[in-house]
Write a protein that binds this ligand. Structure first.
Ligand code: SAH
Length: 396
């Protein structure tokens, strides 16, 4: 096995169990390793710190599989890691009964570059690192064994694979997808999941608890749901007794999915729902010009800042939509506003939202600080994994 020696002092973050070795920390690689091969990681004075996956194309030159010098990285390792990750979900009362649940959340579950979402009997797998790619077969076998799933479908078509020198890949890795669409029930609402062509792995599971909270706050309120995708927040708002729900997204297929979702929930009053295909930045201005007002507004935009380098431009975009959000709130209204940008931390996000409230001339207070559901844990040693942050802010 090749041995990666760190520069002096560069072992400190690994000793805190942070799983990444950046290119700038590497002194030399002794021996030969292909992308994804397991390497021993050593301090400059030769102490073995653990084992990780070598990724020469990436700025993150190695992602650690283990910090225990005694741990061997083999099929049995992946079997253990996958089964304990799945068991953590089975144990949690908010997750155990869900049809749609994230089973493996990458670094936070000790499996860098591995994402696995279960939708009923189908597991969708996304591999985004050279190490994960190398162990694909072991990971699939472990998932099948831990879940008894009928199919594993790969959706490794995320852009971030390019940073690891990997091509996009998708298709069935085990079993077959069922004929026809896949449906899950999330807190009483039926939702279609298009694992083949939907965004990411097909559905945004991370917002599950926040969608439920939105439903609980929506009774008798007029709701505006911006960036609605397939209507997850909209349907929970209707289930919670919203008076009306206007949902906006720029994607026609997403809105078609949203309409199908509504049609499959006959308990919901479809007369209260309105769907609009538009750019949210323009739509918010138009609503303002029409002097519309809403009691509850959800802003769940896509990632404006994939990394800290994009933070400034992203900050302007967040400021813009939140400013218009506040301007469109009726007195006593609530803004539920999110950022899923890794490059914008909670502190900065809260500052942006505060700036927007102040520019809109409203008095505002935070009711809830929100984050991803517990099947998207945050590694304490790698807090940058906290990508989703949200604020429920009341005005007036
Ligand atoms: N809230 C959704 C997830 C939102 S994902 C849920 O709970 O499932 C972000 C969505 O924003 C995507 O559906 C994408 O099509 C849409 N989108 C991206 N840029 C947009 C823009 N400028 N205007 C309107 N929609 C946009």
């Amino acid at each position: 096995m090749a041995r990666l020696f760190l520069k002096p002092g560069k072992e400190r973050s690994l000793q805190r169990r942070h799983p990444w070795v950046f290119a700038g920390s590497v002194d030399r690689l002794e021996g030969r390793a292909r992308p994804g091969d397991t390497v021993e990681v050593l301090s400059d004075d030769g102490r073995l710190l653990g084992r990780g996956a070598w990724s020469p194309a990436s700025q993150i030159r190695t992602r650690m599989w283990s910090f225990d010098p005694a741990t061997v990285i083999d099929h049995a390792f992946f079997k253990r890691m996958v089964s304990s990750s799945v068991a953590r979900r089975a144990w949690h009362p908010w997750l155990a009964q869900q049809d749609g649940v994230r089973l493996i959340h990458g670094e936070s579950d000790g499996l860098p570059g591995v994402i696995a979402d279960r939708f009923g009997a189908v597991v969708v797998l996304q591999l985004t690192s050279a190490g994960a790619e190398r162990w694909r077969e072991a990971i699939v076998a472990a998932l099948v064994q831990a879940t008894g799933c009928a199919a594993v479908y790969e959706r490794s078509d995320s852009d971030v694979r390019g940073l690891e020198g990997l091509e996009p890949r998708s298709g069935c890795l085990h079993g077959e997808l069922p004929d026809g669409p896949l449906w899950i029930t999330e807190n009483g609402v039926r939702l279609e999941v298009d694992v083949v062509a939907g965004h990411k792995t097909g559905f945004y599971l991370d917002q599950r608890d926040n969608r439920l909270l939105t439903g609980q706050l929506a009774r008798d309120r007029s709701v505006l749901n911006c960036f609605c995708y397939t209507g997850g927040f909209s349907l929970q708002a209707l289930a919670g007794g919203a008076r009306s729900v206007l949902s906006i997204d720029s994607s026609a297929p997403a809105l078609e999915g949203a309409r199908r979702n509504l049609a499959h929930n006959p308990q919901l009053d479809c007369g209260r729902a309105e769907w609009q295909q538009a750019d949210v930045f323009e739509a918010l201005r138009a609503l303002r010009a029409e002097e519309r007002a809403f009691d509850l507004i959800v802003l769940d935009p896509p990632k404006f800042a994939p990394s800290a380098a994009h933070a400034e431009r992203a900050a302007r975009a967040y400021k813009d939509i939140n400013l218009f959000g506040f301007r469109l709130l009726a007195p006593g209204g609530i803004l539920m506003t999110y950022s899923c940008s890794g490059g914008v931390g909670l502190e900065l996000f809260q500052k942006i939202v505060a700036g927007a409230a102040s520019d809109a001339g409203v008095d505002a207070r935070i009711l809830h600080r929100l984050g991803a559901a517990p099947d998207h844990p945050i590694g304490l040693a790698a807090p940058e994994g906290e990508y989703l942050k949200g604020l429920a802010v009341a005005v007036g």
